[in-house]
Design a protein around this ligand. Sequence first.
Ligand SMILES: Cc1ncc(COP(=O)(O)O)c(C=O)c1O
Ligand SMILES: N[C@H](C=O)CCC(=O)O
Length: 432
Amino acid sequence: MQQRAESFLPGGVDSPVRAFRAVGGDPPFVERADGAYLYDADGNRYLDFFGSWGPMILGHAFPPVTEAIQSAAARGASFGASHAGEADLAELVQRCFPSVKKMRFVSSGTEACMSAIRLARGFTGRSFVIKFEGCYHGHADALLVKAGSGVATFGIPGSAGVPAETAMHTLALPYNDLAAVELAFENHQDQIACIIVEPVVGNAGTILPAAGYLQGLRELATRYGALLILDEVMTGFRLSLGGAQELYRIEPDLTTLGKIVGGGLPCGAFGGREDVMNFLAPLGPVYQAGTLSGNPLAMAAGIAQLSHLIAHADVIYPHLEMTTRSIAEGVAALAAEVGISITTNRVGSMFTWFFTPMPVEDFAQAAMSDTAAFARFHRAMLDAGVWLPPSQYEAAFVSMAHGPEEVAFALSAARQALAAVWCRCGGTPPSP
Ligand SMILES: Cc1ncc(COP(=O)(O)O)c(C=O)c1O
Ligand SMILES: N[C@H](C=O)CCC(=O)O
């Protein structure tokens, strides 16, 4: 199957991170997904810890979402015209994200971030953008500088095909370092349009903001007349209903969303301050458009998923927290037992096991991880029926479909896998 895919698709994939290049072996081909599990074409079952890279917070094929998609599909796959579903989903998004006074739907997180920085540049009349090393905001030219995710996984410094004149307006600074941001503002007086940041980094593995860091970014952006864009494509509706901005009490000027907002269908959104959003065409001079934007199937899936999250938030977020803690800390404890040094970073239901004994607070520290040991662990977990994101520089996710049975299964697989890693790393033998 891999060979056939490779004969038609570069690397056999439609997105590089799926190719398993960093962990070795061919990726399984998924035939179907249900709840917390993926099933491959050979009949193998895998406990899923990447959840389609984030959207599947309620588990795969969650019946209300599936039914909403089916019912919308029966009314037409795409209109290319206004329909009530757009405002219905927008209203739900706004209930969760009060800072998003107005928004626009797009078809991916990439489009959301690309459009948000164009808007920030148009609104401020400035060209420079601050981003952070190891953060990934999709594959728009201006944002592919020292990026995380596949760019970090494959060790690509930037991307071929991005003109130097474009990249020169992107300032990539170390995450969690406010002094570097202040210096950049001082060196580029009245030239910086925006700061864009993953409030909790997921694309270098999970990295938490230091106490006061996000507040510091807010304060610096305001002081120097730039916009603060929180990229909540990954964290939105995951860390809490209102994402990282609710958790850390930060009010950005603009927010970008993706993944969960579309219930697993191609969908993203960007939104925020009304004066800024009104700069978009047809009201303002910043052009942004999309044939499939606000697609009725994506809106229906998003409405079903967000309605469920809103109605059951008091049960969902504590469940996600508890389950994820049991898995993340349980495996870390098993690793410690066999003398393998792992640093576990976690917020809510996103986490990473870094194969390093050192704390990981920025991309440089993440890059100190033993990626070969991670690759062995990944392979051993896959052999034991657990599918982790196939790179040290990707966050793992837990869904509502993960319960006590899945915790027990993950821990038992990890015990086996760590033993396999230990055999090649040295350390003390695992307890039987
Ligand atoms: C934080 C963040 N921003 C933007 C993106 C881009 O989203 P998409 O892959 O939907 O284009 C991603 C994921 O890819 C992401 O994790
Ligand atoms: N890290 C990326 C998104 O969060 C992975 C998704 C992709 O690029 O295919």
